[in-house]
Design a protein around this ligand. Structure first.
Ligand code: HEM
Length: 494
């Protein structure tokens, strides 16, 4: 009887898996609009991989060649642009026609719910207004600086020091910056300290569940058809089963914090959650908002810091100029984290960070879905429902935007008369731009400048494998295999 049951079970599993596989395959084939243009053929056959390491590098190559700075991947119904006029049009002039759209929000919906990052229309508008007021307040800024100072002094510097004192040790910079930014954004958003950067580098349950959730959500977007992951979700199978349980962990943790905070009263803390509590009574909505902040503020900062240290390791002259400037502005012996005011005078450092994100933007591309038929300023016709992607990674490498030296790391291009000069957000949409520009821009720059300064002044950091970066697929640029470095104390430093 038992044997019969096992055979039945095996038979059922085998049949179901085969049917599911065939179904996915046929969806994949159906979805491919028949097109045999060179670009679509290279995309389908993946022949681009013989010449390029990353998909973004291939798109960059195509966009540089395109007279309009725009290409169309017909099989994906995806228009990709690196044309600043088009970017301005979709992010500002005709913003209403280019929402995130249902396709995007369903991919991240299980994790982010109705959080700001994942909604359009009035729900987005309400959160945007609320968050803009809160993030603009002086008290939240000083709260952020306190968190930052504490995390740098009590965790980041001791960790670097212990690695510097061990001759054989190599540090994965990306891993360290991810831990650092996760601790910071959790404390800032809902007053929770996951302790990821403690000396033993523990794997916190929240961090691993959050990482797995965002990775699996990103993988959804790569499925040949949304039906593939939706069916897997319906039957609670494979990666969708794992996704569900990791999302549950993230939500459960957030719910616990919200419940406790309600009991203690919203005045008991200074974080974003307490501030939002005053205006929002729906706890599910509160949870969705703080989870959106975790996603927005964590990997982006870690990614930007990782590539910044890679570029500094490859460009010692820039590193020296940053050190000279900081010695001049804040003195060579100061041990504490620089103040908000002092950071404002570090024009060269500010320029170097912008230059680094020009070449390695943390969000390499970002897509919208067209509501109504439209024509972009460069003449490209956009059919209703198509996906339109602006591509900061390609834009940073376009000669027609940045000149013949576009591939060189030159912070000086951002300096005029000794001061930092901002470029148009549509030429440099690293923080997006227009109506939905990133809300954490100022905060992230303060965070990155503080970390960079505190490390650069104390340590020499040399990346050991500075070859061409291979990026792992995901929502934010992440280097496959990490970025390993040797750390040494600077002899004459504090
Ligand atoms: C180097 C660091 C950062 C970069 C490059 C960056 C970039 C971006 C980009 C490209 C978007 C638009 C995404 C989209 O609409 O699909 C965005 C949105 C957003 N960012 Fe950032 N971000 C950074 C750091 C932060 C931080 C630290 C926070 C929070 C403290 C934050 C909060 C947000 C929020 C709330 C949004 C959604 C805005 C809206 O939809 O109205 N970001 N960011």
């Amino acid at each position: 009887m038992e044997l019969q049951a096992s055979i039945c079970f095996l038979f059922f599993t085998f049949t179901f898996t085969t049917v599911f596989f065939l179904f996915s395959l046929s969806l994949f084939i159906i979805r491919l609009n028949p097109c045999n243009c060179d670009i679509c053929t290279a995309f389908i056959t993946r022949s681009w991989t013989t010449e390029f390491v990353n998909l973004s590098d291939w798109y960059t190559h195509l966009l540089r060649k395109s007279p309009t700075g725009t290409i169309h991947i017909h099989v994906l119904n995806n228009i990709i642009t690196a044309n600043p006029d088009n970017v301005e049009y979709m992010l500002k002039t005709n913003f209403g026609n280019y929402p995130k759209g249902k396709a995007f929000s369903s991919i991240l919906g299980d994790l982010l719910g109705r959080g700001i990052f994942n909604v359009d229309g009035s729900c987005w508008n309400f959160q945007r207004k609320l968050a803009s007021v809160e993030l603009g307040s002086l008290s939240i800024r000083s709260h952020a600086l306190n968190i930052l100072g504490d995390e740098i002094q009590s965790r980041l510097i001791p960790l670097f020091t212990s690695v510097a004192d061990n001759e054989d040790a190599v540090l994965d910079l990306q891993d360290v910056f991810r831990r650092f930014s996760f601790d910071g954004i959790c404390k800032f958003s809902f007053g929770l300290d996951p302790g990821s950067l403690k000396p033993s580098l523990p794997v916190s349950e929240l961090e691993s569940a959050f990482d797995l959730s965002s990775k699996l959500c990103a993988e959804r977007s790569m499925a040949p058809s949304t039906l593939v992951w939706k069916i897997k979700r319906l039957f609670n199978m494979g990666s969708e089963r794992t996704l569900k349980s990791s999302i549950n962990i993230v939500k459960r943790k957030a719910d616990q914090v919200i419940k406790k905070r309600r009991e203690m009263g919203s005045n008991s803390s200074n974080d974003l959650l307490s501030r939002f509590m005053g205006s929002i009574s729906d706890d599910d909505m509160l949870r969705d908002i703080v989870i959106s902040f975790l996603l927005a503020g964590r990997d982006t900062v870690a990614s930007a810091l990782t590539s910044f240290f890679l570029l500094l390791s490859q460009n010692p002259k820039v590193l020296n100029k940053i050190r000279e400037e900081s010695d001049r502005v804040i003195g060579s012996t100061r041990e504490t984290v620089p103040s908000f005011e002092e950071l404002k005078y570090l024009h060269y450092l500010h320029a170097a960070l912008h230059e680094s994100m020009r070449l390695y933007p943390p969000v390499q591309f970002d897509s919208k879905f067209t509501k109504q038929d439209d024509v972009l300023p460069d003449g490209t016709f956009v059919k209703r429902g198509s996906r339109v992607t602006y591509h900061p990674y390609a834009m940073g490498r376009m000669e027609r935007i940045w000149g013949a030296d576009s591939l060189e790391f030159k912070p000086e291009r951002w300096i005029r008369d000794g001061e930092f000069k901002q470029e148009s957000a549509y030429k440099y949409p690293v923080y997006q731009g227009g109506v939905r520009v990133c809300l954490g821009k100022e905060l992230s720059l303060v965070e990155m400048k503080s970390v960079a300064l505190c490390l650069i002044r104390r340590f020499d950091v040399r990346v050991v494998n500075p070859n061409q970066l291979r990026f792992a697929p995901g929502l934010t640029a992440t280097v496959s295999g990490g970025l390993h470095a040797v750390v040494r104390r600077r002899e004459y430093c504090v």
